[in-house]
Ligand binder design. Structure first.
Ligand code: BG6
Length: 484
Protein backbone atom coordinates (compact mmCIF):
# COMPACT_ATOMS: atom_id res chain seq x y z
CA UNK A 1 0.00 0.00 0.00
CA UNK A 2 1.32 3.46 -0.86
CA UNK A 3 0.21 6.39 1.29
CA UNK A 4 -1.16 9.44 -0.47
CA UNK A 5 0.64 12.70 0.10
CA UNK A 6 -1.31 15.82 -0.73
CA UNK A 7 1.05 18.82 -0.91
CA UNK A 8 0.04 21.86 1.09
CA UNK A 9 0.15 25.39 -0.33
CA UNK A 10 3.45 27.24 0.13
CA UNK A 11 3.65 28.63 3.67
CA UNK A 12 5.89 30.47 6.09
CA UNK A 13 6.34 28.90 9.49
CA UNK A 14 8.02 31.03 12.13
CA UNK A 15 9.26 29.05 15.12
CA UNK A 16 9.71 31.20 18.22
CA UNK A 17 12.15 29.27 20.38
CA UNK A 18 13.61 27.87 17.15
CA UNK A 19 16.85 26.83 18.85
CA UNK A 20 15.12 25.24 21.86
CA UNK A 21 14.73 21.62 22.85
CA UNK A 22 11.25 21.02 21.43
CA UNK A 23 12.16 22.63 18.10
CA UNK A 24 15.28 20.49 17.77
CA UNK A 25 13.76 17.22 18.93
CA UNK A 26 10.32 17.39 17.37
CA UNK A 27 9.34 20.35 15.23
CA UNK A 28 12.31 20.57 12.85
CA UNK A 29 12.67 16.79 12.29
CA UNK A 30 8.88 16.61 11.69
CA UNK A 31 9.09 19.34 9.06
CA UNK A 32 12.03 17.61 7.46
CA UNK A 33 10.08 14.38 7.16
CA UNK A 34 7.15 16.19 5.54
CA UNK A 35 9.63 17.82 3.16
CA UNK A 36 11.06 14.39 2.27
CA UNK A 37 7.59 13.05 1.62
CA UNK A 38 6.93 15.81 -0.89
CA UNK A 39 4.20 17.45 1.16
CA UNK A 40 6.04 20.77 1.51
CA UNK A 41 6.33 22.79 -1.67
CA UNK A 42 9.79 24.14 -2.46
CA UNK A 43 8.79 27.77 -1.90
CA UNK A 44 7.76 27.15 1.72
CA UNK A 45 9.99 28.67 4.38
CA UNK A 46 10.82 27.88 7.97
CA UNK A 47 12.05 30.83 9.95
CA UNK A 48 13.70 30.28 13.30
CA UNK A 49 13.19 33.17 15.70
CA UNK A 50 14.94 33.41 19.03
CA UNK A 51 16.91 35.76 21.25
CA UNK A 52 20.22 34.08 20.54
CA UNK A 53 22.32 36.00 18.09
CA UNK A 54 22.76 33.56 15.19
CA UNK A 55 23.36 34.08 11.51
CA UNK A 56 21.23 32.19 9.04
CA UNK A 57 24.10 29.79 8.37
CA UNK A 58 24.59 29.10 12.04
CA UNK A 59 20.90 28.31 12.43
CA UNK A 60 21.02 26.04 9.39
CA UNK A 61 23.85 24.19 11.09
CA UNK A 62 21.67 23.78 14.23
CA UNK A 63 18.86 22.42 12.06
CA UNK A 64 21.23 20.00 10.27
CA UNK A 65 22.47 18.70 13.62
CA UNK A 66 18.92 18.31 14.94
CA UNK A 67 17.97 16.28 11.87
CA UNK A 68 21.08 14.12 12.18
CA UNK A 69 20.29 13.42 15.84
CA UNK A 70 16.52 13.16 15.93
CA UNK A 71 15.20 12.24 12.50
CA UNK A 72 14.10 8.62 12.45
CA UNK A 73 12.76 8.43 8.92
CA UNK A 74 14.45 6.01 6.60
CA UNK A 75 13.04 7.27 3.34
CA UNK A 76 14.83 10.58 2.79
CA UNK A 77 17.13 10.61 -0.18
CA UNK A 78 20.72 11.84 -0.08
CA UNK A 79 20.87 15.52 -0.77
CA UNK A 80 17.45 16.16 0.76
CA UNK A 81 18.94 17.75 3.87
CA UNK A 82 20.72 20.37 1.75
CA UNK A 83 17.52 21.10 -0.16
CA UNK A 84 15.62 21.39 3.12
CA UNK A 85 18.22 23.73 4.63
CA UNK A 86 17.71 26.06 1.66
CA UNK A 87 14.21 26.68 3.05
CA UNK A 88 15.54 27.79 6.44
CA UNK A 89 15.99 31.36 7.60
CA UNK A 90 16.63 32.99 10.97
CA UNK A 91 15.79 36.24 12.73
CA UNK A 92 17.00 37.43 16.04
CA UNK A 93 13.95 38.74 17.96
CA UNK A 94 13.32 39.78 21.52
CA UNK A 95 9.88 38.54 22.60
CA UNK A 96 9.59 41.18 25.29
CA UNK A 97 11.31 44.07 23.53
CA UNK A 98 11.30 45.70 20.10
CA UNK A 99 14.46 44.17 18.67
CA UNK A 100 14.08 42.17 15.48
CA UNK A 101 10.34 42.62 14.88
CA UNK A 102 10.76 44.88 11.88
CA UNK A 103 13.19 42.35 10.34
CA UNK A 104 10.62 39.60 10.86
CA UNK A 105 7.73 41.54 9.36
CA UNK A 106 9.91 42.52 6.36
CA UNK A 107 10.43 38.82 5.68
CA UNK A 108 6.69 38.06 5.44
CA UNK A 109 5.20 37.50 1.99
CA UNK A 110 1.69 39.01 1.74
CA UNK A 111 -1.18 36.64 0.98
CA UNK A 112 0.66 33.49 2.03
CA UNK A 113 -0.42 31.25 4.90
CA UNK A 114 1.78 32.00 7.85
CA UNK A 115 1.98 30.17 11.12
CA UNK A 116 3.73 31.33 14.26
CA UNK A 117 4.75 28.49 16.50
CA UNK A 118 5.12 29.52 20.17
CA UNK A 119 7.68 26.95 21.30
CA UNK A 120 8.60 29.08 24.30
CA UNK A 121 7.78 29.46 28.00
CA UNK A 122 4.06 30.22 28.56
CA UNK A 123 4.96 33.58 30.09
CA UNK A 124 5.95 34.69 26.56
CA UNK A 125 2.69 33.67 24.82
CA UNK A 126 1.02 37.01 25.63
CA UNK A 127 3.98 39.26 24.69
CA UNK A 128 4.46 37.38 21.40
CA UNK A 129 0.79 37.68 20.46
CA UNK A 130 0.87 41.41 21.28
CA UNK A 131 3.95 42.08 19.19
CA UNK A 132 2.74 40.08 16.22
CA UNK A 133 -0.38 42.22 16.29
CA UNK A 134 1.50 45.48 16.78
CA UNK A 135 3.76 44.71 13.80
CA UNK A 136 0.91 43.86 11.44
CA UNK A 137 1.44 40.10 11.42
CA UNK A 138 -1.86 39.12 13.03
CA UNK A 139 -3.99 39.34 9.89
CA UNK A 140 -6.44 36.83 8.40
CA UNK A 141 -3.65 34.72 6.86
CA UNK A 142 -1.95 34.20 10.22
CA UNK A 143 -2.35 31.46 12.79
CA UNK A 144 -0.59 30.80 16.05
CA UNK A 145 0.40 27.43 17.46
CA UNK A 146 0.57 27.23 21.23
CA UNK A 147 2.33 24.47 23.14
CA UNK A 148 1.42 23.15 26.56
CA UNK A 149 1.28 23.88 29.40
CA UNK A 150 -1.78 25.98 28.64
CA UNK A 151 -2.15 27.53 32.09
CA UNK A 152 -1.65 25.74 35.38
CA UNK A 153 -5.26 26.08 36.58
CA UNK A 154 -8.58 27.48 35.40
CA UNK A 155 -7.72 31.05 36.32
CA UNK A 156 -4.42 31.16 34.43
CA UNK A 157 -5.89 29.32 31.42
CA UNK A 158 -8.76 31.83 31.27
CA UNK A 159 -6.33 34.74 31.46
CA UNK A 160 -4.22 33.24 28.67
CA UNK A 161 -7.26 32.64 26.48
CA UNK A 162 -8.35 36.23 27.08
CA UNK A 163 -4.91 37.61 26.15
CA UNK A 164 -4.68 35.62 22.93
CA UNK A 165 -8.27 36.56 22.06
CA UNK A 166 -7.34 40.25 22.08
CA UNK A 167 -5.18 39.72 19.02
CA UNK A 168 -6.35 36.50 17.34
CA UNK A 169 -9.69 34.92 16.60
CA UNK A 170 -10.32 31.44 18.09
CA UNK A 171 -10.20 30.06 14.53
CA UNK A 172 -6.55 31.23 14.33
CA UNK A 173 -5.41 29.62 17.60
CA UNK A 174 -4.04 26.06 17.48
CA UNK A 175 -3.50 24.66 20.99
CA UNK A 176 -1.35 21.57 20.61
CA UNK A 177 -1.88 18.36 22.53
CA UNK A 178 0.53 16.09 20.71
CA UNK A 179 -1.45 13.00 21.77
CA UNK A 180 -4.15 14.04 19.32
CA UNK A 181 -1.65 13.79 16.49
CA UNK A 182 -0.69 10.21 17.28
CA UNK A 183 -1.79 7.92 14.49
CA UNK A 184 -3.57 5.41 16.72
CA UNK A 185 -5.38 8.13 18.61
CA UNK A 186 -6.88 9.33 15.36
CA UNK A 187 -7.64 5.73 14.59
CA UNK A 188 -9.85 5.60 17.65
CA UNK A 189 -12.33 7.78 15.82
CA UNK A 190 -12.04 5.70 12.65
CA UNK A 191 -12.62 2.48 14.60
CA UNK A 192 -15.57 3.84 16.53
CA UNK A 193 -17.32 5.76 13.80
CA UNK A 194 -16.22 3.92 10.66
CA UNK A 195 -17.42 0.46 11.73
CA UNK A 196 -20.86 -0.85 12.52
CA UNK A 197 -19.40 -3.52 14.78
CA UNK A 198 -18.47 -1.56 17.88
CA UNK A 199 -20.76 1.43 18.28
CA UNK A 200 -23.93 -0.52 19.23
CA UNK A 201 -21.95 -2.13 22.09
CA UNK A 202 -20.16 1.05 23.14
CA UNK A 203 -22.10 1.82 26.32
CA UNK A 204 -22.61 0.78 29.92
CA UNK A 205 -24.94 -2.05 28.96
CA UNK A 206 -22.12 -3.97 27.30
CA UNK A 207 -18.90 -2.38 28.55
CA UNK A 208 -17.82 -3.39 32.05
CA UNK A 209 -15.06 -0.81 32.36
CA UNK A 210 -12.35 1.00 30.39
CA UNK A 211 -8.67 1.32 31.29
CA UNK A 212 -6.40 4.03 29.92
CA UNK A 213 -2.72 3.55 30.66
CA UNK A 214 0.18 5.78 29.65
CA UNK A 215 3.28 4.23 31.20
CA UNK A 216 6.79 5.58 30.71
CA UNK A 217 10.17 4.14 31.69
CA UNK A 218 11.89 7.51 31.77
CA UNK A 219 12.11 9.70 34.87
CA UNK A 220 11.72 13.47 34.89
CA UNK A 221 14.96 13.90 32.95
CA UNK A 222 16.31 17.42 32.82
CA UNK A 223 12.87 18.97 33.35
CA UNK A 224 12.83 18.66 37.14
CA UNK A 225 11.88 22.24 37.88
CA UNK A 226 8.93 22.32 35.48
CA UNK A 227 7.81 18.83 36.44
CA UNK A 228 7.82 19.41 40.16
CA UNK A 229 5.55 22.42 39.70
CA UNK A 230 3.17 20.29 37.64
CA UNK A 231 3.13 16.66 38.71
CA UNK A 232 1.50 13.95 36.62
CA UNK A 233 -1.96 15.48 37.07
CA UNK A 234 -1.08 18.70 35.29
CA UNK A 235 1.58 17.23 33.00
CA UNK A 236 -0.38 14.24 31.68
CA UNK A 237 -3.91 13.82 33.02
CA UNK A 238 -5.41 17.27 32.47
CA UNK A 239 -4.41 17.16 28.81
CA UNK A 240 -3.29 13.87 27.24
CA UNK A 241 -5.34 11.38 29.27
CA UNK A 242 -8.33 13.69 29.23
CA UNK A 243 -8.19 13.84 25.44
CA UNK A 244 -8.02 10.06 25.19
CA UNK A 245 -10.96 9.77 27.56
CA UNK A 246 -12.96 12.21 25.44
CA UNK A 247 -12.33 10.34 22.20
CA UNK A 248 -13.28 7.01 23.78
CA UNK A 249 -16.39 8.31 25.50
CA UNK A 250 -17.84 11.01 23.23
CA UNK A 251 -21.04 10.72 21.22
CA UNK A 252 -20.67 10.44 17.44
CA UNK A 253 -20.34 13.96 16.02
CA UNK A 254 -22.63 14.64 13.08
CA UNK A 255 -19.59 15.17 10.87
CA UNK A 256 -15.82 15.10 11.11
CA UNK A 257 -15.54 18.82 11.42
CA UNK A 258 -13.55 20.75 14.03
CA UNK A 259 -16.39 22.24 16.02
CA UNK A 260 -18.66 19.20 15.76
CA UNK A 261 -15.87 16.99 17.20
CA UNK A 262 -14.84 19.47 19.86
CA UNK A 263 -18.44 20.10 20.96
CA UNK A 264 -18.80 16.39 21.70
CA UNK A 265 -15.50 16.21 23.57
CA UNK A 266 -16.49 19.18 25.68
CA UNK A 267 -19.74 17.43 26.70
CA UNK A 268 -17.72 14.49 28.04
CA UNK A 269 -15.53 16.73 30.19
CA UNK A 270 -18.58 18.52 31.54
CA UNK A 271 -20.21 15.19 32.41
CA UNK A 272 -17.27 14.01 34.55
CA UNK A 273 -18.11 13.49 38.22
CA UNK A 274 -15.92 15.03 40.88
CA UNK A 275 -13.36 12.46 42.00
CA UNK A 276 -13.42 11.41 45.66
CA UNK A 277 -9.96 11.29 47.32
CA UNK A 278 -10.48 7.55 47.90
CA UNK A 279 -10.56 7.07 44.11
CA UNK A 280 -7.12 8.55 43.47
CA UNK A 281 -3.66 7.18 44.20
CA UNK A 282 -0.59 9.37 43.81
CA UNK A 283 2.93 7.99 43.76
CA UNK A 284 6.52 9.16 43.65
CA UNK A 285 9.31 6.90 42.43
CA UNK A 286 11.91 5.91 44.98
CA UNK A 287 15.62 5.23 44.54
CA UNK A 288 17.21 2.08 43.17
CA UNK A 289 20.77 0.92 42.93
CA UNK A 290 22.53 3.45 40.74
CA UNK A 291 19.51 5.77 40.37
CA UNK A 292 18.26 8.49 42.67
CA UNK A 293 14.68 9.06 43.76
CA UNK A 294 12.17 11.61 42.49
CA UNK A 295 12.99 14.25 45.12
CA UNK A 296 16.63 14.13 44.06
CA UNK A 297 15.75 14.31 40.35
CA UNK A 298 13.65 17.43 40.85
CA UNK A 299 16.18 18.86 43.32
CA UNK A 300 13.55 19.38 46.00
CA UNK A 301 13.85 17.25 49.15
CA UNK A 302 10.32 18.22 50.18
CA UNK A 303 8.76 17.54 46.77
CA UNK A 304 5.05 16.74 47.08
CA UNK A 305 4.22 16.37 43.38
CA UNK A 306 3.35 12.98 41.95
CA UNK A 307 5.21 11.10 39.22
CA UNK A 308 2.42 8.50 39.14
CA UNK A 309 -1.32 8.78 39.34
CA UNK A 310 -4.13 6.25 39.13
CA UNK A 311 -7.77 7.18 39.37
CA UNK A 312 -11.29 5.94 38.93
CA UNK A 313 -13.44 8.34 36.95
CA UNK A 314 -17.17 8.27 36.32
CA UNK A 315 -19.03 9.94 33.48
CA UNK A 316 -22.57 10.84 34.41
CA UNK A 317 -24.52 10.57 31.20
CA UNK A 318 -26.90 8.05 29.65
CA UNK A 319 -24.20 6.20 27.77
CA UNK A 320 -21.70 5.71 30.58
CA UNK A 321 -23.45 5.84 33.96
CA UNK A 322 -22.29 2.68 35.75
CA UNK A 323 -19.15 2.05 33.64
CA UNK A 324 -16.01 3.23 35.44
CA UNK A 325 -12.97 4.53 33.59
CA UNK A 326 -9.64 3.74 35.24
CA UNK A 327 -6.82 6.11 34.30
CA UNK A 328 -3.19 5.49 35.10
CA UNK A 329 0.05 7.20 34.13
CA UNK A 330 3.52 7.35 35.57
CA UNK A 331 7.23 7.67 35.08
CA UNK A 332 9.91 5.05 35.75
CA UNK A 333 7.45 2.20 35.36
CA UNK A 334 8.30 -1.29 34.17
CA UNK A 335 7.72 -0.68 30.45
CA UNK A 336 6.89 2.05 27.97
CA UNK A 337 3.39 1.18 27.05
CA UNK A 338 0.32 3.26 26.29
CA UNK A 339 -3.00 1.62 25.60
CA UNK A 340 -6.71 1.92 25.95
CA UNK A 341 -8.55 -1.27 26.84
CA UNK A 342 -12.31 -1.62 26.54
CA UNK A 343 -13.34 -4.56 28.69
CA UNK A 344 -16.72 -5.87 27.70
CA UNK A 345 -19.08 -7.66 30.08
CA UNK A 346 -19.34 -11.42 30.28
CA UNK A 347 -22.17 -13.11 28.43
CA UNK A 348 -25.34 -13.04 30.56
CA UNK A 349 -25.43 -16.82 30.70
CA UNK A 350 -22.87 -19.50 29.81
CA UNK A 351 -24.36 -22.46 27.93
CA UNK A 352 -21.02 -24.24 28.46
CA UNK A 353 -21.40 -24.46 32.22
CA UNK A 354 -19.21 -23.27 35.05
CA UNK A 355 -16.27 -25.48 34.05
CA UNK A 356 -15.84 -23.46 30.82
CA UNK A 357 -14.66 -20.57 33.01
CA UNK A 358 -15.41 -16.87 32.73
CA UNK A 359 -14.61 -15.08 29.49
CA UNK A 360 -15.08 -11.69 27.99
CA UNK A 361 -14.05 -9.69 24.97
CA UNK A 362 -11.40 -7.02 25.31
CA UNK A 363 -10.64 -4.45 22.64
CA UNK A 364 -7.15 -3.05 23.15
CA UNK A 365 -5.96 -0.03 21.24
CA UNK A 366 -2.16 0.18 21.54
CA UNK A 367 -0.93 3.75 21.14
CA UNK A 368 2.77 3.00 21.52
CA UNK A 369 4.94 1.16 20.97
CA UNK A 370 3.86 -1.45 18.46
CA UNK A 371 0.80 0.56 17.34
CA UNK A 372 -2.24 -1.50 16.60
CA UNK A 373 -5.34 -3.14 17.98
CA UNK A 374 -6.29 -6.48 19.48
CA UNK A 375 -9.70 -7.93 19.98
CA UNK A 376 -9.80 -10.84 22.41
CA UNK A 377 -12.35 -13.36 21.20
CA UNK A 378 -13.44 -16.50 23.04
CA UNK A 379 -13.14 -19.73 21.06
CA UNK A 380 -13.01 -23.45 21.70
CA UNK A 381 -9.59 -24.75 22.57
CA UNK A 382 -8.65 -27.01 19.64
CA UNK A 383 -8.52 -30.78 20.18
CA UNK A 384 -10.52 -33.42 21.94
CA UNK A 385 -11.49 -33.22 25.58
CA UNK A 386 -14.80 -31.41 25.57
CA UNK A 387 -15.75 -27.80 25.23
CA UNK A 388 -12.89 -25.88 26.81
CA UNK A 389 -12.89 -22.18 26.05
CA UNK A 390 -9.89 -19.93 25.56
CA UNK A 391 -9.47 -16.26 24.66
CA UNK A 392 -7.34 -15.52 21.61
CA UNK A 393 -6.47 -12.11 20.17
CA UNK A 394 -7.46 -11.03 16.70
CA UNK A 395 -4.26 -9.07 16.29
CA UNK A 396 -3.99 -6.08 14.01
CA UNK A 397 -0.48 -4.80 14.51
CA UNK A 398 -0.29 -1.98 11.99
CA UNK A 399 3.28 -2.80 10.99
CA UNK A 400 2.10 -6.25 9.90
CA UNK A 401 -1.33 -5.37 8.57
CA UNK A 402 -0.35 -2.28 6.61
CA UNK A 403 3.16 -3.14 5.42
CA UNK A 404 5.79 -0.37 5.22
CA UNK A 405 3.17 2.35 5.85
CA UNK A 406 2.30 0.74 9.17
CA UNK A 407 5.95 0.58 10.19
CA UNK A 408 6.93 4.13 9.40
CA UNK A 409 4.11 5.80 11.32
CA UNK A 410 4.39 9.61 11.07
CA UNK A 411 5.22 11.43 14.26
CA UNK A 412 2.35 13.34 15.88
CA UNK A 413 4.00 16.69 15.08
CA UNK A 414 4.10 15.96 11.36
CA UNK A 415 0.37 15.54 11.18
CA UNK A 416 -0.40 18.45 13.47
CA UNK A 417 1.85 21.00 11.76
CA UNK A 418 0.41 20.12 8.35
CA UNK A 419 -3.09 20.53 9.81
CA UNK A 420 -2.14 24.03 10.98
CA UNK A 421 -1.08 24.93 7.45
CA UNK A 422 -4.26 23.42 6.00
CA UNK A 423 -6.33 25.33 8.56
CA UNK A 424 -7.88 22.23 10.10
CA UNK A 425 -8.46 22.60 13.85
CA UNK A 426 -10.09 19.20 14.48
CA UNK A 427 -7.08 17.81 16.35
CA UNK A 428 -6.44 20.93 18.41
CA UNK A 429 -7.99 21.94 21.70
CA UNK A 430 -10.51 24.72 21.74
CA UNK A 431 -10.29 27.33 24.51
CA UNK A 432 -13.48 26.18 26.27
CA UNK A 433 -12.27 22.56 26.25
CA UNK A 434 -9.05 23.50 28.01
CA UNK A 435 -10.94 25.57 30.55
CA UNK A 436 -13.42 22.74 31.22
CA UNK A 437 -10.54 20.33 31.78
CA UNK A 438 -8.99 22.69 34.33
CA UNK A 439 -12.36 23.24 36.01
CA UNK A 440 -12.50 19.49 36.65
CA UNK A 441 -8.83 19.17 37.69
CA UNK A 442 -8.59 22.21 39.98
CA UNK A 443 -10.71 20.94 42.92
CA UNK A 444 -8.75 17.68 42.96
CA UNK A 445 -5.41 19.49 43.24
CA UNK A 446 -6.83 22.02 45.72
CA UNK A 447 -8.04 19.09 47.86
CA UNK A 448 -4.51 17.61 48.00
CA UNK A 449 -3.08 20.97 48.95
CA UNK A 450 -5.70 21.66 51.63
CA UNK A 451 -5.27 18.22 53.20
CA UNK A 452 -1.49 18.22 52.81
CA UNK A 453 -1.69 14.85 50.96
CA UNK A 454 1.63 13.34 49.98
CA UNK A 455 2.24 10.76 47.28
CA UNK A 456 3.22 7.23 48.33
CA UNK A 457 6.52 5.78 47.19
CA UNK A 458 6.85 3.11 44.49
CA UNK A 459 9.74 1.11 43.16
CA UNK A 460 11.21 2.22 39.85
CA UNK A 461 10.63 -0.50 37.27
CA UNK A 462 7.39 -1.60 38.96
CA UNK A 463 3.75 -1.09 37.94
CA UNK A 464 3.35 1.75 40.43
CA UNK A 465 2.33 1.81 44.10
CA UNK A 466 0.50 -1.09 45.75
CA UNK A 467 -2.35 1.29 46.58
CA UNK A 468 -3.10 1.57 42.85
CA UNK A 469 -3.71 -2.19 42.75
CA UNK A 470 -6.01 -1.89 45.74
CA UNK A 471 -7.93 0.94 44.03
CA UNK A 472 -9.10 -1.36 41.26
CA UNK A 473 -9.19 -4.64 43.27
CA UNK A 474 -11.76 -3.02 45.54
CA UNK A 475 -14.12 -3.03 42.57
CA UNK A 476 -13.39 -6.70 41.81
CA UNK A 477 -11.23 -5.79 38.78
CA UNK A 478 -7.55 -5.73 38.00
CA UNK A 479 -5.18 -3.61 35.96
CA UNK A 480 -3.85 -4.95 32.73
CA UNK A 481 -0.22 -5.89 32.75
CA UNK A 482 2.11 -3.04 31.74
CA UNK A 483 4.31 -4.50 29.01
CA UNK A 484 5.72 -3.31 25.74
C1 BG6 B 1 4.68 15.40 27.48
C2 BG6 B 1 4.97 15.40 28.95
O1 BG6 B 1 3.59 16.22 27.18
O2 BG6 B 1 4.40 14.07 27.07
C3 BG6 B 1 6.11 14.47 29.29
O3 BG6 B 1 5.28 16.72 29.37
C4 BG6 B 1 5.85 13.09 28.75
O4 BG6 B 1 6.33 14.41 30.70
C5 BG6 B 1 5.46 13.16 27.28
O5 BG6 B 1 7.02 12.32 28.91
C6 BG6 B 1 5.01 11.80 26.76
O6 BG6 B 1 4.84 11.88 25.37
P1 BG6 B 1 5.04 10.59 24.45
O7 BG6 B 1 4.65 11.07 23.10
O8 BG6 B 1 6.45 10.16 24.58
O9 BG6 B 1 4.09 9.57 25.00
Amino acid sequence: MVSRVIPVDPFDLVIFGGTGDLARRKILPALFRRFCSGQMEDESRIIGAARSDHTRDEFRQIVAEAIAEFNTSKDCETGTVEAFLERIDYVNVDAKGEDGWKDLSDLMIPGRVRAFYFSVAPSLFGPLAERLHAHGMADADSRIVVEKPFGRDLETARALNATLAQHFDESQIYRIDHYLGKETVQNLMAVRFGNMLFEPLWNSQYVDHIQITVAETVGVGGRGEYYDRSGAMRDMVQNHLMQLLCLIAMEPPAKFDPDAVRDEKLKVIRALDDVEPANIVRGQYGATKGAQDYAHDVENPRATSESFIAMRVNISNWRWAGTPFYLRTGKKLKARSSEIAVIFKETPHSIFGAEAGRHRNILTIRLQPNEGMDLDVTIKEPGPGGMRLIDVPLDMTFAEALGPDGEDVPDAYERLIMDVIRGNQTLFMRGDEVEAAWAWTDPIIEGWEARGDRPVSYDPGSSGPEDALVLIHRDGRRWREIRS
